[in-house]
Design a binder for this molecule. Sequence first.
Ligand code: TYD
Ligand code: MG
Length: 452
Amino acid sequence: MAKARTLFLCSDCGGTAAKWEGRCPHCGAWNTLQETRESPTAASGHRYAPLAASTPVRRLADIEAREQARNPTGIEEFDRVLGGGLVAGAVVLIGGDPGIGKSTLLLQALASLSERGPVLYVTGEESAEQVALRAQRLGVSGDGVDLLAEIRLEQITQALVERQPGVAVIDSIQTLYSGELTAAPGSVSQVRECAAQLTRIAKQTGVTLILIGHVTKDGALAGPRVLEHIVDTVLYFEGDTHSSFRLVRAIKNRFGAVNELGVFAMTDRGLRGVSNPSALFLAGHSRDVAGSCVMATQEGTRPLLVEVQALVDTAHVPNPRRLSVGLESSRLAMLLAVLHRHAGVATYDQDVFVNAVGGVRIMEPAADLAVALAILSSMRDRPLPAGLLAFGEIGLAGEIRPAPRGQERLREAAKLGFEQAVVPRANLPRQPIEGLIIRAVDRVEDVLGVLS
Ligand code: TYD
Ligand code: MG
Protein backbone atom coordinates (compact mmCIF):
# COMPACT_ATOMS: atom_id res chain seq x y z
CA MET A 1 0.00 0.00 0.00
CA ALA A 2 1.24 3.45 -0.88
CA LYS A 3 2.30 5.62 1.98
CA ALA A 4 -0.01 8.43 3.07
CA ARG A 5 1.40 11.71 1.78
CA THR A 6 1.61 14.95 3.65
CA LEU A 7 0.32 17.81 1.58
CA PHE A 8 -0.10 21.50 2.18
CA LEU A 9 -3.44 22.91 1.08
CA CYS A 10 -4.19 26.58 0.62
CA SER A 11 -7.32 27.59 2.49
CA ASP A 12 -8.00 30.35 -0.01
CA CYS A 13 -7.66 28.79 -3.41
CA GLY A 14 -7.44 25.10 -2.55
CA GLY A 15 -4.09 24.76 -4.33
CA THR A 16 -1.58 22.25 -3.03
CA ALA A 17 2.14 22.40 -2.30
CA ALA A 18 4.52 19.61 -1.41
CA LYS A 19 6.24 21.58 1.34
CA TRP A 20 5.19 24.38 3.64
CA GLU A 21 5.71 27.88 2.36
CA GLY A 22 4.73 31.21 3.83
CA ARG A 23 3.01 32.14 0.61
CA CYS A 24 0.71 30.03 -1.52
CA PRO A 25 2.50 29.35 -4.84
CA HIS A 26 -0.86 29.37 -6.67
CA CYS A 27 -2.75 32.42 -5.48
CA GLY A 28 -0.03 34.30 -3.62
CA ALA A 29 -1.97 34.54 -0.34
CA TRP A 30 0.13 34.59 2.82
CA ASN A 31 -0.14 32.13 5.69
CA THR A 32 -2.85 30.05 4.11
CA LEU A 33 -1.07 26.72 3.67
CA GLN A 34 -2.21 24.08 6.12
CA GLU A 35 -0.78 20.62 6.55
CA THR A 36 -3.09 17.76 5.66
CA ARG A 37 -2.52 14.08 5.29
CA GLU A 38 -3.90 12.88 2.02
CA SER A 39 -4.58 9.16 2.18
CA PRO A 40 -3.82 7.27 -1.04
CA THR A 41 -7.45 6.15 -1.40
CA ALA A 42 -8.48 9.73 -1.95
CA ALA A 43 -6.98 9.65 -5.38
CA SER A 44 -8.68 6.45 -6.47
CA GLY A 45 -10.51 6.58 -9.78
CA HIS A 46 -14.29 6.63 -9.23
CA ARG A 47 -14.24 9.75 -7.11
CA TYR A 48 -13.20 11.85 -10.04
CA ALA A 49 -15.45 10.28 -12.65
CA PRO A 50 -17.37 12.86 -14.70
CA LEU A 51 -20.51 14.30 -13.12
CA ALA A 52 -22.90 13.34 -15.89
CA ALA A 53 -22.97 10.51 -18.43
CA SER A 54 -20.73 11.45 -21.36
CA THR A 55 -22.49 12.79 -24.45
CA PRO A 56 -21.26 13.38 -28.01
CA VAL A 57 -20.42 16.87 -29.28
CA ARG A 58 -23.60 18.65 -30.36
CA ARG A 59 -24.61 21.98 -31.88
CA LEU A 60 -25.66 24.47 -29.28
CA ALA A 61 -28.70 25.40 -31.36
CA ASP A 62 -29.86 21.75 -31.44
CA ILE A 63 -29.94 21.40 -27.70
CA GLU A 64 -33.39 21.91 -26.31
CA ALA A 65 -33.22 24.58 -23.63
CA ARG A 66 -35.80 23.95 -21.01
CA GLU A 67 -36.45 26.43 -18.25
CA GLN A 68 -35.74 24.52 -15.08
CA ALA A 69 -38.75 24.02 -12.89
CA ARG A 70 -38.60 25.95 -9.64
CA ASN A 71 -39.60 24.53 -6.36
CA PRO A 72 -40.57 27.53 -4.22
CA THR A 73 -39.73 27.21 -0.55
CA GLY A 74 -42.84 29.09 0.45
CA ILE A 75 -40.73 31.69 2.23
CA GLU A 76 -41.09 34.64 -0.08
CA GLU A 77 -37.90 36.51 0.83
CA PHE A 78 -35.85 33.30 0.56
CA ASP A 79 -37.36 32.52 -2.84
CA ARG A 80 -36.47 36.02 -3.97
CA VAL A 81 -32.74 35.49 -3.35
CA LEU A 82 -32.86 32.04 -4.87
CA GLY A 83 -34.29 33.52 -8.07
CA GLY A 84 -37.78 32.06 -7.64
CA GLY A 85 -37.17 28.82 -5.79
CA LEU A 86 -34.94 25.77 -5.68
CA VAL A 87 -33.90 23.93 -8.83
CA ALA A 88 -33.64 20.13 -8.90
CA GLY A 89 -30.05 18.93 -8.58
CA ALA A 90 -28.80 22.36 -7.60
CA VAL A 91 -26.34 22.80 -4.75
CA VAL A 92 -26.81 25.90 -2.61
CA LEU A 93 -24.22 27.05 -0.10
CA ILE A 94 -25.42 29.31 2.65
CA GLY A 95 -22.90 30.99 4.90
CA GLY A 96 -23.07 33.28 7.89
CA ASP A 97 -21.88 34.02 11.40
CA PRO A 98 -22.80 31.59 14.18
CA GLY A 99 -26.21 32.28 15.66
CA ILE A 100 -27.41 34.44 12.80
CA GLY A 101 -30.26 32.11 11.88
CA LYS A 102 -29.05 29.67 9.25
CA SER A 103 -30.45 26.57 10.94
CA THR A 104 -33.67 28.39 11.78
CA LEU A 105 -34.31 29.56 8.22
CA LEU A 106 -33.61 26.18 6.70
CA LEU A 107 -35.72 24.28 9.17
CA GLN A 108 -38.60 26.63 8.37
CA ALA A 109 -37.98 26.21 4.64
CA LEU A 110 -37.83 22.40 4.91
CA ALA A 111 -41.04 22.24 6.92
CA SER A 112 -42.76 24.24 4.20
CA LEU A 113 -41.19 22.19 1.38
CA SER A 114 -42.18 18.92 3.06
CA GLU A 115 -45.79 19.56 2.05
CA ARG A 116 -44.77 18.86 -1.53
CA GLY A 117 -42.35 15.96 -1.20
CA PRO A 118 -39.88 14.16 1.03
CA VAL A 119 -37.15 16.28 2.60
CA LEU A 120 -34.14 15.41 4.75
CA TYR A 121 -32.40 17.48 7.42
CA VAL A 122 -28.92 16.26 8.28
CA THR A 123 -27.53 17.76 11.44
CA GLY A 124 -23.96 17.40 12.52
CA GLU A 125 -24.06 20.23 15.02
CA GLU A 126 -27.07 19.55 17.16
CA SER A 127 -28.70 16.41 18.48
CA ALA A 128 -32.00 15.22 17.03
CA GLU A 129 -33.72 16.36 20.25
CA GLN A 130 -32.34 19.86 19.91
CA VAL A 131 -33.66 20.12 16.38
CA ALA A 132 -37.06 18.81 17.51
CA LEU A 133 -37.11 21.40 20.26
CA ARG A 134 -36.34 24.15 17.78
CA ALA A 135 -39.10 22.94 15.45
CA GLN A 136 -41.49 23.05 18.36
CA ARG A 137 -40.43 26.58 19.24
CA LEU A 138 -40.85 27.66 15.63
CA GLY A 139 -44.29 26.14 15.58
CA VAL A 140 -43.52 24.14 12.44
CA SER A 141 -44.81 20.67 11.90
CA GLY A 142 -42.16 17.99 11.66
CA ASP A 143 -44.56 15.55 10.01
CA GLY A 144 -42.87 15.44 6.63
CA VAL A 145 -39.30 16.20 7.68
CA ASP A 146 -36.85 13.31 7.97
CA LEU A 147 -33.99 13.92 10.37
CA LEU A 148 -30.54 12.39 10.42
CA ALA A 149 -28.02 13.28 13.11
CA GLU A 150 -24.80 12.21 11.42
CA ILE A 151 -21.37 13.51 10.50
CA ARG A 152 -20.01 10.59 8.50
CA LEU A 153 -20.15 11.40 4.81
CA GLU A 154 -20.57 7.78 3.73
CA GLN A 155 -23.68 7.36 5.91
CA ILE A 156 -25.14 10.61 4.63
CA THR A 157 -24.60 9.80 0.98
CA GLN A 158 -26.18 6.40 1.56
CA ALA A 159 -29.24 8.02 3.12
CA LEU A 160 -29.48 10.43 0.19
CA VAL A 161 -29.29 7.69 -2.39
CA GLU A 162 -31.71 5.38 -0.55
CA ARG A 163 -34.34 7.92 0.45
CA GLN A 164 -34.10 10.22 -2.57
CA PRO A 165 -35.45 13.30 -0.82
CA GLY A 166 -36.42 16.23 -3.03
CA VAL A 167 -34.44 18.61 -0.86
CA ALA A 168 -31.74 17.90 1.72
CA VAL A 169 -30.05 20.30 4.12
CA ILE A 170 -26.57 19.60 5.49
CA ASP A 171 -26.00 21.51 8.74
CA SER A 172 -23.07 22.10 8.48
CA ILE A 173 -20.49 21.16 5.86
CA GLN A 174 -17.67 21.84 8.35
CA THR A 175 -18.84 19.07 10.68
CA LEU A 176 -18.78 16.35 8.03
CA TYR A 177 -16.15 13.70 7.99
CA SER A 178 -15.15 11.35 5.23
CA GLY A 179 -13.58 8.10 6.45
CA GLU A 180 -11.39 8.05 3.36
CA LEU A 181 -9.36 10.99 4.58
CA THR A 182 -7.48 11.14 7.83
CA ALA A 183 -7.75 14.90 8.27
CA ALA A 184 -10.02 16.28 10.99
CA PRO A 185 -13.56 17.53 10.23
CA GLY A 186 -13.54 21.17 9.23
CA SER A 187 -10.08 20.96 7.67
CA VAL A 188 -9.65 22.16 4.15
CA SER A 189 -9.32 18.72 2.63
CA GLN A 190 -12.37 17.31 4.47
CA VAL A 191 -14.60 20.25 3.56
CA ARG A 192 -13.50 20.12 -0.03
CA GLU A 193 -13.88 16.37 -0.35
CA CYS A 194 -17.27 16.20 1.40
CA ALA A 195 -18.67 19.06 -0.67
CA ALA A 196 -17.41 17.49 -3.88
CA GLN A 197 -18.91 14.09 -3.05
CA LEU A 198 -22.24 15.59 -2.04
CA THR A 199 -22.35 17.70 -5.21
CA ARG A 200 -21.77 14.56 -7.23
CA ILE A 201 -24.73 12.85 -5.51
CA ALA A 202 -26.94 15.90 -6.08
CA LYS A 203 -26.16 16.00 -9.80
CA GLN A 204 -26.65 12.25 -10.18
CA THR A 205 -29.87 11.89 -8.22
CA GLY A 206 -31.48 15.31 -8.73
CA VAL A 207 -31.64 16.01 -5.00
CA THR A 208 -31.50 19.72 -4.26
CA LEU A 209 -28.79 20.15 -1.68
CA ILE A 210 -28.42 23.04 0.71
CA LEU A 211 -25.07 23.17 2.47
CA ILE A 212 -24.68 25.34 5.53
CA GLY A 213 -21.19 26.78 6.00
CA HIS A 214 -19.54 28.73 8.76
CA VAL A 215 -17.65 31.89 8.13
CA THR A 216 -14.32 32.85 9.59
CA LYS A 217 -13.69 36.09 11.43
CA ASP A 218 -12.88 37.98 8.27
CA GLY A 219 -16.23 37.01 6.79
CA ALA A 220 -15.11 34.37 4.29
CA LEU A 221 -16.44 30.84 4.27
CA ALA A 222 -14.18 28.62 6.29
CA GLY A 223 -12.57 26.07 4.06
CA PRO A 224 -11.27 26.59 0.60
CA ARG A 225 -12.70 29.00 -1.89
CA VAL A 226 -13.21 26.03 -4.19
CA LEU A 227 -16.39 25.40 -2.26
CA GLU A 228 -17.80 28.53 -3.85
CA HIS A 229 -16.77 27.29 -7.27
CA ILE A 230 -18.34 23.86 -7.13
CA VAL A 231 -21.76 24.91 -5.90
CA ASP A 232 -24.43 26.57 -8.05
CA THR A 233 -25.56 29.24 -5.65
CA VAL A 234 -23.81 31.01 -2.79
CA LEU A 235 -25.88 32.92 -0.26
CA TYR A 236 -24.60 34.89 2.69
CA PHE A 237 -26.38 35.95 5.81
CA GLU A 238 -25.58 39.53 6.75
CA GLY A 239 -26.73 41.74 9.52
CA ASP A 240 -25.96 42.66 13.00
CA THR A 241 -26.64 39.85 15.49
CA HIS A 242 -27.56 42.57 17.98
CA SER A 243 -30.45 43.82 15.88
CA SER A 244 -33.27 41.55 14.85
CA PHE A 245 -32.84 42.10 11.13
CA ARG A 246 -31.17 39.57 8.93
CA LEU A 247 -30.25 39.94 5.29
CA VAL A 248 -29.65 37.07 2.93
CA ARG A 249 -27.70 38.02 -0.16
CA ALA A 250 -26.96 36.01 -3.29
CA ILE A 251 -23.24 36.27 -4.10
CA LYS A 252 -23.35 33.78 -6.93
CA ASN A 253 -26.36 32.24 -8.59
CA ARG A 254 -26.35 30.04 -11.66
CA PHE A 255 -30.15 30.17 -11.67
CA GLY A 256 -30.90 33.80 -10.92
CA ALA A 257 -29.62 37.30 -10.38
CA VAL A 258 -26.81 38.03 -7.97
CA ASN A 259 -26.93 40.69 -5.32
CA GLU A 260 -30.60 39.99 -4.77
CA LEU A 261 -31.42 40.59 -1.15
CA GLY A 262 -33.90 38.92 1.16
CA VAL A 263 -34.80 40.73 4.36
CA PHE A 264 -35.95 38.96 7.51
CA ALA A 265 -36.75 39.85 11.07
CA MET A 266 -35.85 37.36 13.81
CA THR A 267 -38.87 36.88 16.03
CA ASP A 268 -39.62 34.47 18.85
CA ARG A 269 -41.23 32.23 16.22
CA GLY A 270 -38.26 32.24 13.86
CA LEU A 271 -37.50 34.33 10.80
CA ARG A 272 -40.25 36.35 9.20
CA GLY A 273 -39.89 37.98 5.79
CA VAL A 274 -40.00 41.77 5.64
CA SER A 275 -41.59 42.79 2.38
CA ASN A 276 -40.98 46.53 2.60
CA PRO A 277 -37.56 46.84 4.19
CA SER A 278 -36.59 50.38 3.19
CA ALA A 279 -37.63 51.98 6.44
CA LEU A 280 -35.62 49.48 8.50
CA PHE A 281 -32.22 50.95 7.92
CA LEU A 282 -33.05 54.49 8.85
CA ALA A 283 -32.04 55.30 12.38
CA GLY A 284 -35.12 57.39 13.16
CA HIS A 285 -33.61 60.33 15.01
CA SER A 286 -36.03 62.42 17.01
CA ARG A 287 -34.28 65.56 15.79
CA ASP A 288 -31.81 66.42 13.06
CA VAL A 289 -28.29 65.32 13.83
CA ALA A 290 -25.01 66.17 12.17
CA GLY A 291 -23.05 63.43 10.42
CA SER A 292 -25.96 61.51 9.01
CA CYS A 293 -27.13 61.18 5.42
CA VAL A 294 -29.65 58.80 3.88
CA MET A 295 -28.75 57.09 0.64
CA ALA A 296 -30.83 55.08 -1.78
CA THR A 297 -29.01 51.91 -2.71
CA GLN A 298 -30.13 49.34 -5.21
CA GLU A 299 -30.05 45.75 -4.04
CA GLY A 300 -30.80 43.44 -6.94
CA THR A 301 -34.24 44.38 -8.12
CA ARG A 302 -35.10 46.38 -5.05
CA PRO A 303 -34.21 49.91 -4.00
CA LEU A 304 -33.36 50.26 -0.33
CA LEU A 305 -32.92 53.36 1.78
CA VAL A 306 -30.03 53.20 4.21
CA GLU A 307 -28.67 55.76 6.62
CA VAL A 308 -24.96 56.46 6.43
CA GLN A 309 -23.32 58.00 9.48
CA ALA A 310 -19.96 59.69 9.84
CA LEU A 311 -18.00 61.01 12.75
CA VAL A 312 -15.05 63.31 12.21
CA ASP A 313 -13.04 64.10 15.31
CA THR A 314 -9.65 65.62 16.08
CA ALA A 315 -6.99 62.95 16.00
CA HIS A 316 -4.68 62.56 18.98
CA VAL A 317 -2.16 60.33 17.28
CA PRO A 318 0.12 61.12 14.34
CA ASN A 319 -1.73 58.78 11.95
CA PRO A 320 -5.41 59.52 12.20
CA ARG A 321 -7.83 56.60 12.14
CA ARG A 322 -10.07 55.77 9.22
CA LEU A 323 -12.65 53.17 10.03
CA SER A 324 -15.66 52.03 8.09
CA VAL A 325 -18.36 49.58 9.09
CA GLY A 326 -20.60 48.27 6.33
CA LEU A 327 -18.93 50.45 3.71
CA GLU A 328 -15.76 49.83 1.72
CA SER A 329 -12.76 51.13 3.63
CA SER A 330 -10.57 51.61 0.57
CA ARG A 331 -13.22 53.89 -0.89
CA LEU A 332 -13.25 55.95 2.29
CA ALA A 333 -9.55 56.74 1.95
CA MET A 334 -10.07 57.61 -1.70
CA LEU A 335 -13.03 59.81 -0.92
CA LEU A 336 -11.10 61.77 1.71
CA ALA A 337 -8.30 62.34 -0.81
CA VAL A 338 -10.77 63.57 -3.45
CA LEU A 339 -12.46 65.87 -0.92
CA HIS A 340 -9.10 67.37 -0.06
CA ARG A 341 -7.73 67.71 -3.56
CA HIS A 342 -10.86 68.98 -5.30
CA ALA A 343 -12.93 70.59 -2.58
CA GLY A 344 -10.22 71.75 -0.19
CA VAL A 345 -11.62 69.75 2.73
CA ALA A 346 -8.64 68.60 4.79
CA THR A 347 -8.94 65.67 7.20
CA TYR A 348 -5.25 64.80 7.70
CA ASP A 349 -5.48 65.68 11.41
CA GLN A 350 -8.91 64.14 11.94
CA ASP A 351 -10.14 60.64 12.76
CA VAL A 352 -12.89 59.62 10.37
CA PHE A 353 -15.41 56.88 11.16
CA VAL A 354 -18.26 55.88 8.88
CA ASN A 355 -21.04 53.39 9.44
CA ALA A 356 -24.02 52.00 7.53
CA VAL A 357 -26.92 51.71 9.97
CA GLY A 358 -28.55 48.36 10.71
CA GLY A 359 -25.63 46.07 9.88
CA VAL A 360 -26.23 46.34 6.16
CA ARG A 361 -23.21 46.17 3.85
CA ILE A 362 -23.14 48.64 0.96
CA MET A 363 -20.49 47.81 -1.56
CA GLU A 364 -21.68 49.91 -4.48
CA PRO A 365 -19.76 53.10 -5.33
CA ALA A 366 -23.03 55.04 -5.43
CA ALA A 367 -22.66 55.38 -1.66
CA ASP A 368 -19.86 57.94 -2.17
CA LEU A 369 -22.04 61.02 -2.29
CA ALA A 370 -23.92 60.16 0.89
CA VAL A 371 -20.66 59.32 2.69
CA ALA A 372 -19.12 62.62 1.58
CA LEU A 373 -22.18 64.55 2.76
CA ALA A 374 -22.20 62.78 6.12
CA ILE A 375 -18.49 63.55 6.57
CA LEU A 376 -18.96 67.21 5.69
CA SER A 377 -21.97 67.44 7.96
CA SER A 378 -20.04 65.98 10.88
CA MET A 379 -17.01 68.21 10.27
CA ARG A 380 -19.11 71.31 10.31
CA ASP A 381 -21.41 70.01 13.01
CA ARG A 382 -24.34 71.02 10.91
CA PRO A 383 -27.20 68.62 10.14
CA LEU A 384 -28.29 68.08 6.57
CA PRO A 385 -31.74 69.39 5.69
CA ALA A 386 -34.47 67.07 6.99
CA GLY A 387 -35.89 64.63 4.45
CA LEU A 388 -32.81 64.71 2.23
CA LEU A 389 -31.27 61.77 0.47
CA ALA A 390 -28.31 61.38 -1.86
CA PHE A 391 -26.62 58.87 -4.09
CA GLY A 392 -23.89 58.97 -6.72
CA GLU A 393 -20.34 57.85 -7.33
CA ILE A 394 -17.46 60.26 -6.87
CA GLY A 395 -14.59 59.79 -9.31
CA LEU A 396 -10.92 60.51 -8.69
CA ALA A 397 -11.11 63.63 -10.86
CA GLY A 398 -13.82 64.99 -8.59
CA GLU A 399 -16.62 64.29 -11.05
CA ILE A 400 -19.91 62.82 -9.86
CA ARG A 401 -20.98 59.82 -11.85
CA PRO A 402 -24.49 58.47 -12.25
CA ALA A 403 -25.77 55.40 -10.44
CA PRO A 404 -27.73 52.67 -12.23
CA ARG A 405 -31.53 52.71 -11.86
CA GLY A 406 -31.63 56.24 -10.51
CA GLN A 407 -35.35 56.67 -11.19
CA GLU A 408 -36.30 53.68 -9.08
CA ARG A 409 -34.21 54.91 -6.19
CA LEU A 410 -35.84 58.33 -6.35
CA ARG A 411 -39.32 56.88 -6.54
CA GLU A 412 -38.71 54.72 -3.51
CA ALA A 413 -37.51 57.79 -1.58
CA ALA A 414 -40.57 59.79 -2.59
CA LYS A 415 -42.77 56.90 -1.49
CA LEU A 416 -41.20 57.02 1.96
CA GLY A 417 -41.76 60.74 2.31
CA PHE A 418 -38.37 62.16 1.38
CA GLU A 419 -38.57 65.71 0.09
CA GLN A 420 -35.13 66.51 -1.30
CA ALA A 421 -32.58 64.54 -3.26
CA VAL A 422 -29.01 65.27 -4.30
CA VAL A 423 -28.12 63.23 -7.36
CA PRO A 424 -25.58 63.15 -10.21
CA ARG A 425 -26.75 65.25 -13.16
CA ALA A 426 -27.17 62.21 -15.39
CA ASN A 427 -29.64 60.76 -12.89
CA LEU A 428 -32.03 63.74 -13.14
CA PRO A 429 -35.38 62.24 -14.10
CA ARG A 430 -37.04 63.53 -17.27
CA GLN A 431 -40.37 63.97 -15.55
CA PRO A 432 -40.53 65.49 -12.09
CA ILE A 433 -41.24 63.09 -9.23
CA GLU A 434 -44.10 64.24 -7.08
CA GLY A 435 -43.11 65.54 -3.69
CA LEU A 436 -39.38 65.46 -4.39
CA ILE A 437 -37.14 68.46 -5.06
CA ILE A 438 -34.12 67.13 -6.94
CA ARG A 439 -30.80 68.90 -7.05
CA ALA A 440 -28.20 67.82 -9.60
CA VAL A 441 -24.49 67.97 -8.85
CA ASP A 442 -21.66 67.68 -11.36
CA ARG A 443 -18.56 67.93 -9.22
CA VAL A 444 -17.50 67.31 -5.66
CA GLU A 445 -17.11 71.09 -5.15
CA ASP A 446 -20.87 71.46 -5.71
CA VAL A 447 -21.54 69.15 -2.77
CA LEU A 448 -20.28 71.76 -0.32
CA GLY A 449 -23.20 73.98 -1.30
CA VAL A 450 -25.74 71.40 -0.07
CA LEU A 451 -24.80 72.15 3.52
CA SER A 452 -24.95 75.91 3.34
P1 TYD B 1 -29.59 29.56 14.53
O1 TYD B 1 -30.53 29.29 13.43
O2 TYD B 1 -29.31 28.46 15.48
O3 TYD B 1 -28.23 30.13 13.98
P2 TYD B 1 -27.09 29.41 13.13
O4 TYD B 1 -27.59 28.10 12.67
O5 TYD B 1 -26.86 30.40 12.02
O6 TYD B 1 -25.90 29.32 14.01
O7 TYD B 1 -30.14 30.84 15.27
C1 TYD B 1 -30.00 30.95 16.59
C2 TYD B 1 -30.38 32.31 17.06
O8 TYD B 1 -31.68 32.70 16.73
C3 TYD B 1 -30.32 32.29 18.55
O9 TYD B 1 -29.56 33.38 18.98
C4 TYD B 1 -31.73 32.35 19.01
C5 TYD B 1 -32.44 32.98 17.87
N1 TYD B 1 -33.81 32.49 17.68
C6 TYD B 1 -34.86 33.35 17.84
O10 TYD B 1 -34.71 34.51 18.17
N2 TYD B 1 -36.14 32.89 17.61
C7 TYD B 1 -36.39 31.61 17.24
O11 TYD B 1 -37.56 31.24 17.06
C8 TYD B 1 -35.28 30.73 17.10
C9 TYD B 1 -35.47 29.29 16.72
C10 TYD B 1 -34.01 31.20 17.32
MG1 MG C 1 -26.92 26.24 13.30
